[in-house]
Design a binder for this molecule. Structure first.
Ligand SMILES: [Zn+2]
Length: 307
């Protein structure tokens, strides 16, 4: 039996102290995660990945989708017996930082492919999120992803703050940008899904993670694109992101998987824990059987060779 955790950040498996109790607004939580990324050594990140993999295996996981800022999880996952995809993270609020990050990922993607070559681990890329990418970075990054035929993953429509930033140019992300000395993202006056469609991302049939802040029209756009969505309800609750309209995605025929997200926003890496939370959250609208099927849907990973 397959058990699929479609969204983790194994590098953050030692960051449980960042888990908000009981919850925190998204932009209040992010700086701690950024600091954690900057302060740790490769050895510490490796230990965190190993701890995360051990937790996945103990939970009975067979397939994993992991986001990696360093590529360190690839070699460890390739030896773990788990199947899955590691999406290498590209982001940058300025073009200078974003292009440097893209060049860095390009420089080690082949080495990581070799590390994973004789294993059921595939290499993909993630363009992190609309609020963390300069608007002009999408184009060169997508051309590279296209040329390399990499599966693509994006965090999208997660927090009310992201919605306010993209639709009105307001909200907590403005103070966040100022605090971190980042340039203000020009407001496209679009929903997060419309914004990604305008950048040509939906044509890549991406894996879209979170997808809470959406309109009914957005859901139809996602359905037409053939994209798959990942539902992380415990992380969404901890980061005050709201309730993902799971029943609407399912009614529209969008494939939905479950993901725990990282230990910095989720109390465990067990997809059964995630499924239990989802069953309560959507009780009366989505049956327990459907949620169980989501936890066991390995279709994304069977498709990966064809991308
Ligand atoms: Zn994530």
């Amino acid at each position: 039996m397959a058990l699929v955790n479609a969204h983790t950040h194994l590098e953050l498996s030692d960051q449980g102290h960042l888990l908000p109790e009981p919850s925190a607004e998204f932009t209040a939580w992010v700086p701690g995660v950024i600091r954690a990324g900057m302060q740790r050594t490769p050895a510490a990140i490796r230990d965190a990945c190993e701890a995360g993999i051990a937790e996945l295996l103990a939970a009975g996981t067979t397939h994993v989708g992991d986001i990696s800022a360093t590529g360190i999880s690839v070699e460890l996952l390739a030896r773990s017996g788990l199947k899955g995809i590691v999406w290498l993270e590209v982001l940058g609020a300025t073009m200078e930082r974003g292009l440097a990050r893209l060049a860095h990922v390009k420089s080690y993607v082949n080495e990581l492919r070799e590390q994973a070559a004789s294993s059921p681990i595939h290499i993909g890329a993630t363009l992190h999120a609309p609020y963390s990418l300069h608007p002009d970075l999408w184009e060169p990054a997508l051309r590279w992803i296209e040329a390399e035929a990499l599966p693509l993953c994006v965090h999208l429509a997660e927090s009310p703050g992201e919605w306010a930033l993209l639709t009105e140019g307001t909200g907590p992300f403005r103070a966040f940008e100022e605090k971190l000395g980042l340039p203000a993202l020009p407001c496209p006056r679009m929903t997060p899904v419309e914004y990604l469609e305008s950048k040509g991302v939906l044509g890549f049939r991406p894996l879209l993670v979170h997808m809470v802040q959406v309109t009914d029209n957005d859901i139809q756009r996602v359905a037409r694109s053939g994209a798959t969505v990942v539902h992380c309800p415990r992380s969404n609750a901890r980061l005050e992101c709201g309730r993902m309209p799971l029943e609407k995605y399912l009614a529209a025929g969008v494939p939905v998987l479950l993901g725990t997200d990282s230990r910095a926003s989720s109390p465990s890496l067990s997809v059964w824990d995630e499924a239990e939370f989802a069953m309560k959250l959507h009780e009366g609208l989505v049956t327990a059987e459907v949620v169980e099927e989501m936890a066991q849907d390995e279709g994304l990973f069977k498709d990966v060779g064809e991308w």
